[in-house]
Design a binder for this molecule. Sequence first.
Ligand code: SF4
Length: 92
Amino acid sequence: MRETTRDDALTLPEWIAFVGLRNGALLPCASGTYEWMSKDHAEQRKAAQLCRSCPVMDACRNYALAAGETIGVWGATTPADRRRYRRQQQAA
Ligand code: SF4
């Protein structure tokens, strides 16, 4: 995973517009099949796996990392993945 800074992330309004413009594309999290906001780790892993086919996965993950999102699956990362990434960045 490459390093992410606030500068290469979308602002929240930009992110909402970005995803909104792609409503015609099939975003896996729009399926409602899996719970992207689940607290269950196994469900989070399933959702993260489905994110891997998403056309906006990198932008989604970059946004979540830069914005410090602590809840939910974003860009194929679980909250635990992002905590681990933040700890690695702080230790570097
Ligand atoms: S990468 Fe983001 S927009 Fe795409 S399915 Fe996952 S959570 Fe949804």
